[in-house]
Write a protein of this length. Structure first.
Length: 115
């Protein structure tokens, strides 16, 4: 199982970024995919999750209306579109794949929101 995140970087407040997570080594379309983030000195927290078929999504209250999770099962990829970014969105963002008790994590991508 391999998950590789990309798309992080430095962005000004109010800006946008699109994170991608490319998956390989497992049946991607059978897994729930999620994005988590961890800011310095804080616990890792769930940002958004999407069901295996993409029909169900849920978001942390702090990102509702600003972030959108999506997936393309044909490309074995999951995405996180982040708009109206705030300084408090600064964190390392991780992709997670889960099926039942099985789960795997990517290595993370840094997102920094600063002027």
């Amino acid at each position: 199982v391999q998950l590789v995140e990309s798309g992080g970087g430095l962005v000004q407040p109010g800006g946008s970024l699109r994170l991608s997570c490319a998956a390989s080594g497992f049946t991607f379309s059978s897994y729930v995919m999620s994005w988590y983030r961890q800011a310095p000195g804080k616990e890792r927290e769930l940002v958004a999750a999407i069901s295996s078929d993409g029909g169900s999504r849920n978001y942390a209250d702090s990102v509702k209306g600003r972030f959108t999770i999506s997936r393309d099962n044909a490309k074995n990829s999951v995405y996180l579109q982040m708009n109206s970014l705030k300084a408090e969105d600064t964190a390392v963002y991780y992709c997670k794949a889960r099926r039942g008790s099985l789960s795997s994590w990517g290595q993370g991508t840094q997102v920094t929101v600063s002027s």
